[in-house]
Design a protein around this ligand. Sequence first.
Ligand SMILES: Nc1nc2c(ncn2[C@@H]2O[C@H](COP(=O)(O)OP(=O)(O)O)[C@@H](O)[C@H]2O)c(=O)[nH]1
Ligand SMILES: [Mg+2]
Length: 321
Amino acid sequence: MLGTDLDRIIAAFTAGDRRAASRLISVVENGGAEAEAVLEALYPALNGAPRLGVTGPPGVGKSTLVDALVRGERRAGRRVGVVAVDPTSPFTGGAVLGDRVRMGDLTLDSGVFIRSMATRGRLGGLARATKEVADVLEAFGHDVLVIETVGVGQTEMDIATAADTVVVVLSPESGDAIQAMKAGLMEVADILVVNKADRPGADQLVRTLEADLAMRPAAVWRPPVLATIASQGEGIADLAAAVGRHHQSLQRSGDLATRRLERARGEIMAILRDRLWQRARGQLAADVSAWSERVVAGRATPYAAARALLAAFLESVEDKA
Ligand SMILES: Nc1nc2c(ncn2[C@@H]2O[C@H](COP(=O)(O)OP(=O)(O)O)[C@@H](O)[C@H]2O)c(=O)[nH]1
Ligand SMILES: [Mg+2]
């Protein structure tokens, strides 16, 4: 059930009020019952807009690149929603001010909505919150969504499930390129970008990445390696074209539907896992302590304990059903 307050904000959101959008994003970010109610109200408005993930190590120029891409989308008349997740940014937390500083005049454009994610903890984690904030921006009527994340490792893996197209950005400056490759970033990339192509070593990095990709088995989509100078807007049109080609390829092959089904599946499973675990943990806490003593005393194995606890939990669920 929605409070009348929330109902009013949702009505304003539907009428295109940006402040209402900001408030609903905060509600969704915080999670809990209100967030669920908001998503339920907004889901019918989802339009299936393409989702672009932009990821890579800190400092390679992701934000600069996203900024340039957004300008290109705007010139083409498309409305763009951006979710930026950057725990290393000094602006995170003071998100709104940070966005203004970062995107300058773009924040005056009513066809662009930029939201930095606070990284404070939430049940279900940052990845889910990010995806849900993108849902809100999509329901607000954006034609394209961009999700920018930083980090090496799990974050990038998560973004792969949140986006239709994943752009992995590297730069010849950061020694992170090799580390990113080791961390499996190459596997989630639909498009590879070597930004800061004005710096020494860019050509070499492009060749290294291409050689790496050439060893992969043939596939419907072969990730291209593009060089850009985001700070000068160079290579951005080619990147946008590659993103468009990838989206078309996804549609033609049926992989778009597959990816989205996997995304929904992953979400449902994660929510189920959280809920089941929360319920079981709360209910079994005392019994787990009792069983721990038996395990320490050598009277039961941890497996026997888990078996008995699971049986007791399932029985209690059946009793309630
Ligand atoms: N030389 C050069 N600097 C760039 C380029 N793109 C971005 N930068 C600079 O690199 C720094 C980090 O950029 P930013 O977009 O914040 O990186 P992020 O941490 O990946 O989002 C900034 O000072 C940018 O101005 C580029 O193509 N060439
Ligand atoms: Mg950034």
